[in-house]
Design a protein around this ligand. Structure first.
Ligand code: PMP
Length: 383
């Protein structure tokens, strides 16, 4: 397609060469198509071949607590965490899910299913990932209820706190904020990878969620994984997935194993291919540099600042460069989403994240052709 061809040459052109055909740029979602280019260049070594007779059974490993986890995928998950150093893997159970979205629901079920008669409160500090609220509410569950902002939660009762670090939408590193013991925590580490943020230590929490969607960009594979300390919790999460979908696509797990293996190999067998995280880091770094430049020039918006930290993976100091830009319209503009829509740029309003409509969230992970056009439009904006 023409956009793929444009994506392939995008780096070589100046953004101002891009003709504005007046098309709508949709940065409302976080579709990670920025990574297509790396995987196109990686070529055939990432292909998998699956015969008609393969991956037919429901079962992957009946001896494993998570009986639908493909052993090869589990092995590559541990290998990658050990190479990147972003999460402790010793003495944990791996639960695979259809995206981390399913695992999030499995975790809610696992933490609330043994509770009392009242639904347990689910909190996350604002601005929170907008999908959490919808997912918690859509089934009208009797097990849990959405309460919202964790920073104002002071009820003396059990609760589940969602911690997203780096956070979607604003990119800040986060810790639990409810100042009480007895809370149950779910750590969403979708973005705790070195192309986005310095890896300062191996995360070591009870329930940690990851996803290939944001690690390698394979959102369409629908594969996520949870690292779970407690055996009973891991068992209940597995039970949820059994009831919900009787396991997780084996074809996808086999493909995910291959992709993770390629990422690890790109680090360990340097020379064969470009380090995936280094390459992706530089791609996103260029985008943030362009964004900060036009934002500084026009004065219409502001963006968050991030403190530098030493990354153990990259062996250097840098600041978080999030997968989303959390833009604030300065001055007169009250509705930032409407303002950008008038320039044919679709964004997600701050109000979905429990914040003011002066904010919008913008995907930084779209294809070059769209990102370049976005920068061009920003640079020409006047209020
Ligand atoms: N958690 C966060 C913080 C996310 O931003 C996303 C994707 N937008 C997800 C989870 C869901 O990812 P998946 O594709 O694995 O369901």
């Amino acid at each position: 397609s023409s956009s793929m061809a444009a994506a392939a040459v995008g780096e070589k052109k100046s953004v101002h060469d891009e003709a504005d055909d007046g098309r709508i740029i949709n940065f409302d979602h976080g579709d990670p198509t920025i990574y297509e280019k790396y995987w196109q260049e990686a070529g055939d070594k990432t292909s998998v071949f699956i015969s008609g007779w393969q991956s037919m059974s429901y079962f992957s490993d009946v001896k494993n607590l998570c009986w639908f986890l493909e052993p090869e995928f589990g092995k590559e998950v541990i290998r990658l965490h050990n190479i990147v150093g972003n999460a402790a893997t010793d003495d944990r159970h791996i639960v695979v899910g259809t995206g981390s979205t399913q695992l999030f629901q499995a975790a809610l079920y696992a933490l609330s299913a043994t509770g009392g008669t009242e639904p347990i409160s689910v909190v996350s500090s604002t601005p929170y990932y907008s999908f959490y609220r919808q997912v918690v509410e859509y089934m009208k569950s009797g097990l849990y209820k959405w309460v919202g902002d964790a920073s104002t939660f002071d009820k003396d009762e059990p609760y589940i706190e969602l911690i997203t670090s780096p956070n979607n939408p604003d990119g800040l590193m986060r810790q639990p904020v409810v100042n009480r013991s007895g809370g149950m925590l779910i750590h969403d580490f979708a973005y705790y990878w070195p192309q986005y943020t310095p890896i300062t230590s191996a995360a070591d929490h009870d329930i940690m969620l990851f996803t290939v969607s944001k690690t390698t960009g394979h959102a369409g594979m629908r594969i996520g994984w949870a690292l779970v300390k407690d055996e009973a919790v891991a068992k209940r999460m597995t039970k949820f997935i059994e009831l919900n979908s009787i396991g997780v696509s084996k074809d996808s797990q086999i493909r995910a194993a291959k992709i993770l293996q390629t990422v690890s190999d790109s680090r360990e067998h340097a020379g064969d291919s470009k380090d995936f995280f280094e390459t992706s880091y530089h791609h996103i770094e260029r985008r943030w540099k362009q964004l900060r430049e036009v934002v500084g020039k026009t004065g219409i918006f502001s963006t968050p600042e991030f403190p530098p930290a030493f990354c153990n993976y990259m062996s250097r100091l840098f600041s978080t460069q999030p997968a989303f830009a959390w833009l604030k319209c300065e001055g007169e503009i009250e509705n930032c989403e409407d303002f950008l829509r008038s320039h044919k740029i679709l964004t997600r309003s701050g109000k979905h994240f429990g914040m003011s409509p002066k904010y919008v969230r913008i995907s930084m992970l779209d294809r070059d052709s769209n990102y370049d056009l976005f920068i061009k439009r920003l640079s020409e904006m006047r209020t």
